[in-house]
Design a protein around this ligand. Structure first.
Ligand SMILES: *Cc1c(COP(=O)(O)O)cnc(C)c1O
Length: 405
């Protein structure tokens, strides 16, 4: 692989997204090459021995490293403003790798109670089985995070904004709590992506990504990444990756690498669409409440704008006006089933707008009591806003909302 020409210092995020880590083959292609290979041929036995021993750089096997994956990692690290990045096979495997690398039996994790459902299952359930303790706290209450700290607390884990209620936590305040406790702060930056929010600049030690969402941006692949220091990768994560193998496929890495090139314009356009749709929904007589950080009515509106480059992101939720759980569910289903443009799917981060009923899909495994505690009622509808014209999206929701009785 030929090195690309060195880039000048101080480039903007938009330029790095297109130009950082343009790995080229001997053919000098303008689009990045895809190195779709499981292993790499060694020039001789002695070189192979040095590479396996870690005494010399060089590709060995794609479970460890791969040039296309390395390009994606270098580009994403540049966008997040971290020293390094490690690609993983999914967002969940990024969290798995992080926990395997950082934690051992007897350690304690403080985690927001509003993180992605599988994250709670992984930390409390799977790692609980291996003796890792965890406490789940209110996303937005910094004093609750502080109060949950124990002498064996090693990791604080937050996700902001959250799904589906878009609660925003103060990353800098949590970083201060973590620093005082001598623990790491990890932030799942899936909803904002580095185009809107760079948690490392606010003091987070690790940034978790589901590349499946906005990084790919077009709903094609499942991918993940951890962005952090080179030291954490060398000492904590590469040894686990080599043995456990939650590696990112080169093809999926290539798709994400190309997705990053359009990330900031997509995030801006989809956030603008979401704000317009949220504003319209807030004025609709059949809507009881809209959850969107870009609205003035959002409890953490000021913080969100400060932390997220002035934008609310592309995900919003709303409660339909109804009485009691049964009617709420029926009305929410009515709105969802009357859409003709939006995709009915629980996925998000796509250029195609998606609509879902969290209480019966993403949060369907919770009990009614747990759902009530989380504020996820039967009348809640989540929309992950895409790139369609916003007037078509309004019309799509109006079909159901205007025919509610
Ligand atoms: C989807 C998602 C994940 C999990 O990512 P996968 O790529 O599906 O494994 C983790 N965190 C958040 C916030 C997500 O939305």
């Amino acid at each position: 692989m030929a090195a690309s020409k060195p880039l000048p210092q101080g480039l903007h995020l938009q330029t790095l997204a297109v130009r950082e880590a343009e790995a080229k083959s001997q053919f000098g292609e303008n689009s990045e090459a895809l190195y779709l290979t499981s292993s790499f041929v060694q020039p001789d036995a002695a070189t192979a021995a040095r590479r396996f021993a870690g005494e010399e750089d060089g590709y060995i096997y794609s479970r460890f490293t791969n040039p296309t994956v390395a390009s994606m990692e270098q580009r994403l690290a540049a966008l997040e403003g971290t020293e390094a990045c490690m690609g993983t096979s999914s967002g969940m495997s990024a969290i798995l790798l992080m926990c395997m690398g950082l934690l051992k039996a007897g350690d304690h994790v403080v985690c927001s109670q509003s993180v992605f459902g599988s994250t709670i299952k992984l930390i409390a359930g799977e790692f609980g089985k291996f003796g890792v303790q965890s406490t789940f706290v209110s996303q937005t209450d910094v004093s609750a995070w502080q109060a949950a700290i124990q002498p064996n607390t090693k990791l604080l884990f937050a996700e902001t904004p959250t799904n589906p209620l878009t609660e925003v936590c103060d990353i800098a305040a949590l970083a201060a709590v973590a620093r005082k406790a001598g623990a790491w702060l990890a932030v799942d930056n899936c909803f904002c992506s580095p185009a809107l929010q760079q948690p490392a600049k606010l003091g987070a030690d690790l940034i978790i990504h589901s590349g499946t969402k906005y990084l790919d941006g077009q709903g094609r692949v499942v991918a993940g990444a951890i962005c952090c220091s080179q030291q954490l990768i060398d000492e904590k994560f590469m040894p686990v990756m080599r043995s456990a193998g939650m590696s990112l496929s080169p093809f999926n890495a290539w798709v994400v690498l190309k997705g990053l090139e359009t990330l900031s314009i997509r995030m801006k356009a989809q956030s603008d669409n979401a704000l317009a749709l949220a504003t319209w929904l807030e004025a609709h007589p059949q809507v009881a409440r809209v959850y969107y950080p870009g609205l003035k009515s959002h409890p953490q509106h000021e913080l969100a704008l400060r932390q997220q480059s002035g934008l609310g992101g592309a995900v919003l939720s709303f409660d339909v006006k109804a009485q009691g759980p049964e009617q709420s569910r029926q009305k929410a289903f009515h709105v969802i089933d009357h859409t003709e443009v939006m995709s009915i799917t629980a996925n998000l981060g796509d250029t195609k707008t998606t609509i879902t009923h969290p209480a019966s899909t993403s949060h369907g495994r919770l009990t009614e009591v747990q759902r009530q505690a989380a504020g996820i009622g039967q009348g809640l509808v989540r929309v992950a806003v895409g790139l369609e014209h916003v007037d078509d999206l309004k019309a799509d929701l109006a079909r159901g909302l205007d025919t509610l009785i």
